[in-house]
Design a protein around this ligand. Structure first.
Ligand code: NAP
Length: 322
């Protein structure tokens, strides 16, 4: 008998057909009763593939057969990792294939906030362009300004490369440990978060969300930023205390923000929406057709490996099986 697999995100017909050759596949219908579908599928599921659902003891207590959760994402803050590990459930993710695309989006947000692109697009289309644009609608320079990367990992380094090679930006960064090779490549400087916040013209957040990074940027940190600085968040919403950010944007203690992620998602209403100095995108860091396809491909490869009893290439809880 084929093992049961529960697919809880959209996959292409091609990927679903590939899964169906090897497994008995149940696909979540997002228009149906979500909880009822999980309750029906999980007791017999040996594997799960998807993204965007919190999975921990409350959700997985009935999933007694579960061997692997293949996440179609690089971030895995939605999953209770200690719990999965204790249960011997493998968790896999999709690093690398989304790095450049997410870095593109991070830099897009930086530029959009600096040059006020969405705000001035709406202003132009509203017919306000009657004469030469006056200084109150001017933006700020990007080139030669200091770029602060909070979390110099794969995506952080890709954003830093865009800043260094494309825009002649000096780069400051934080990470758990210094990155000498990147320092040599990008002339980047490792420093503490406080110094980065005080000196950077653009602060870009690309750390994973976890206990150490939840509300890493709050009222105290925002107060340290330059009044002319822009905060970009392509990490996870809860890395920032959103209420403190809204207050800082309202008071103008920082100039602006470019946001892809929020404490609560999807975000259908927020004070951010009435702030012209906040550029708000709907969590689309990796959302190009090509990259989403590559992520699904990698998630399937990880999944097949795990189900075949091999060590998956992108095993997050790598203490399992060692
Ligand atoms: P990564 O390669 O693991 O990089 C994470 C970096 O953060 C590492 O350099 C790490 O430092 C650093 N870091 C971890 N904890 C830190 C802390 N407390 N203070 C300072 N630095 C810290 O991950 P990635 O592939 O670049 O992805 C980063 C995150 O981006 C993901 O976890 C995900 O949440 C988010 N993301 C969002 C989207 C989107 O759609 N918006 C798309 C993709 C990813 P060390 O290297 O020294 O350990």
């Amino acid at each position: 008998m084929k093992p049961n697999v529960f697919v809880f995100s959209r996959l292409s017909d091609e990927h679903l057909a590939e899964l169906s050759e090897r497994y008995q596949v149940t696909v979540l219908d997002p228009k149906g009763d979500i909880d009822a579908q999980y309750a029906a599928a999980l007791p017999s599921a040996q594997g799960m593939i998807g993204v965007g659902r919190k999975l921990g003891p409350a959700q997985l207590a009935q999933a007694g057969q579960l061997k692997v959760v293949s996440s179609i994402s690089v971030g895995y803050d939605n999953y209770d990792l200690p719990y999965l590990t204790e249960r011997g459930i493998m968790l896999t993710n999709t690093p690398d294939v989304l790095t450049e695309t997410t870095a593109d989006l991070g830099f897009t947000l930086l530029m959009s906030a600096a040059r006020r692109v969405p705000e001035l697009d709406a202003w132009t289309k509203a017919g306000h362009w009657q004469r030469t644009v006056s200084p109150e609608r001017f933006g700020v320079d990007i080139h030669h300004k200091t770029l602060g990367i909070v979390g110099m990992g794969r995506i952080g380094a890709a954003i830093a490369r865009r800043g260094h090679f494309g825009f002649n930006m000096p780069v400051l960064y934080t990470a758990n440990s210094p990155k000498p090779e990147l320092e040599a490549e990008l002339n980047a400087r490792f420093c503490g978060l406080d110094e980065l916040l005080q000196q950077a013209d653009f602060v870009v957040l690309v750390v994973p969300l976890g206990p150490q990074t939840r509300h890493l940027i709050g009222e105290r940190q925002l107060a340290q930023m330059k009044a002319s600085a822009i905060l970009v968040n392509v990490a996870r919403g809860a890395v920032v205390d959103e209420n403190a950010l809204i207050a800082a944007l309202e008071k103008g203690t920082i100039r602006g923000a470019g946001l892809d992620v929020y404490e609560r998602e999807p975000l259908s209403d927020s004070p951010l929406f009435s702030l012209p100095n906040a550029v708000t995108l709907p969590h689309i860091g990796s959302a190009t057709a090509q990259t989403r396809d590559a992520m699904a491909r990698l998630a399937l490869d990880n999944f097949h490996q795990a189900m075949a009893g091999q060590r998956p290439a992108n095993l997050v809880n790598d203490e399992i099986g060692s």
